[in-house]
Design a protein around this ligand. Structure first.
Ligand code: ATP
Length: 455
């Protein structure tokens, strides 16, 4: 297999409208990207696949969509104000700033100088003020993870759904971290999306569920097109665990820049619910929570078996959506040698992830009869609910095929003179991966495509 580089992916993403540098026309903003016409489709499809597997296919998970602006107290009692930091080092020579744990051999990654300051903690949370008065009382944060709102809404979800353990709350949304050195395209950015599940279990059953979720999440990534041999499971050593975790697995993927974290699966114990609960003293908490929470609510659940109130343990599979997009793009990207000096770039995305499912291509540009037939086919295909169906009017079939190969469109349907002149009406279907073409009657298209995409 030909090695794929980040440059190839960045170039394809810009050329074909997947991902653009934010504020490009003003020189860009470091660590901030915008998703273009095809990027938004791909990202939505990945999120939909996650949501389907978490919320629709299971019977023990509810969804949530909480606010990004976060009350300061939430992040005070969660421990983030004190501990959500990375060690930062300055280079005295070039004035560059770096994450101390990213520095190799004691040398500045920018200029090679060894004249570096001692590492000091740098809090990664973005601050803002809420309301017209800019003072300490009105300080709030942009959330650094989606998880905290799941914990603070725990009681409301339990009360409104009558859930019993084990059960989970799933959420997809933006998170913000003022990364010291954003890098590697959308891998490490300052504004990103997370898809997080907080799965609440009986204390004592946490390790079993931690293993179960590790296996389930590996399987899910395989279903998104990442082969097992490109995935590594890293068990975080005790001394490197986040302040809230008892144990953590990282699902790592072979990105173009190396084997790196795609998703974390942490055992957060009763730490978070414990931090945000009222009356901590009366509860049998196992973790060292922030003492004396200001919370007005007891975040626990009734256990019918022991007839007591329990603060559940939490298993958290937390995936970075942007890293997921980068991983599936990396895996799908191929440059194929077609022989005789010809080659093509093709994105072999799983069909449920493809931004455009079907492209309808007229053989001749601006031909009224052909275009009318194209519109009619498109309207009928939309009713199938398979996703985006694109209509071309370029008149250059070869170019259209190349473009749709590059953006991963699984099928192209060509409408030609035969379609409108012969009975029964038929079209040519071309397969992205095999490039094979065959004729299908228009009357059979719905069944054919339903089977292909949803079967
Ligand atoms: P890292 O060690 O790479 O900084 P992390 O361990 O701090 O990541 P978590 O707090 O476990 O990350 O967040 C869960 C997931 O959110 C990560 O697995 C990753 O996919 C995603 N994520 C975290 N930080 C970023 C970022 N700056 N840019 C893009 N995705 C991120």
């Amino acid at each position: 297999m030909v090695a794929k580089t980040m440059d190839q992916l960045v170039s394809l993403c810009k050329r074909r409208g997947f991902i653009f540098q934010n504020a490009d026309i003003y020189g860009g903003m470091q660590g901030v990207y915008d998703y273009g016409p095809l990027g938004v489709e791909l990202k939505n499809n990945l999120k939909a696949a996650w949501w389907r597997s978490m919320v629709y296919e299971r019977d023990d998970i509810e969804g949530l969509d909480a606010a990004i602006l976060t009350n300061r107290k939430v992040l005070h009692y969660s421990g983030h104000e004190d501990t959500f930091s990375d060690p930062m080092t300055d280079c005295r020579k070039c004035k560059g700033r770096f994450r101390a744990d990213h520095i190799k051999d004691g040398k500045c990654p920018n200029c090679g100088s060894t004249d570096l300051t001692e590492p000091r903690p740098f809090n990664l949370m973005f601050k803002t003020t809420v309301g017209p008065v800019d003072n300490a009382e009105n300080l709030a944060y942009l959330r650094p993870e989606t998880a905290q709102a799941i914990f603070t809404q725990f009681k409301n979800v339990v009360d409104s759904t009558s859930r019993k353990l084990p059960f989970g709350i799933a959420q997809i949304g933006k998170s913000f971290r003022n990364e010291i050195t954003p890098r590697n395209f959308i891998f490490r950015v300052r504004e990103f999306e997370q898809a997080e599940l907080e799965y609440f279990v009986m204390p004592g059953e946490d390790e079993k569920w931690h293993e179960m979720w590790k296996e389930a999440r590996i399987k899910w990534w395989e279903e998104q097109g990442l082969p097992r041999e490109h995935i590594n499971i890293y068990t975080t050593p005790k001394e490197d665990l986040a302040h809230y975790a008892k144990a953590c697995y990282d699902i790592e993927y072979q990105f173009p820049h190396g084997m790196e974290e795609l998703e974390g699966i942490a055992n957060r114990t009763d730490y978070d619910l414990g931090n945000h609960t009222k009356g901590q003293d009366e509860l049998n908490l196992t973790s060292h929570c922030h003492p004396n929470s200001d919370s007005t609510t007891k975040l626990c659940i009734r256990d019918d078996e022991s007839n007591s109130w329990v603060v559940p343990f939490v298993i958290e599979p937390s995936m970075g959506v942007d890293r997921g997009v980068l991983a599936v793009l990396t895996e799908a990207y191929e440059e194929e040698d077609l022989g005789e000096g010809n080659s093509r770039i093709v994105l072999k995305l799983k069909k449920h992830l493809a931004p455009i499912k079907v492209a309808i291509i007229p053989l001749k540009k601006n031909n009224e009869a052909i275009m009318n037939k194209c519109h009619e086919i498109k309207q009928n295909l939309l009713k199938l609910g398979i996703g985006r169906v694109a209509l071309e009017n370029t008149g250059n079939i070869g170019k259209a095929y190349r473009r749709h190969d590059e953006v991963g469109t699984p099928l192209c349907i060509t409408v030609d003179f035969e379609t409108i002149e012969n009975q029964p009406e038929s079209v040519t279907i071309r397969d992205r991966d095999t490039m094979e073409q065959h004729r299908v009657n228009i009357a059979d298209l719905p069944t054919y495509l339903r089977e292909y995409f949803l079967g």
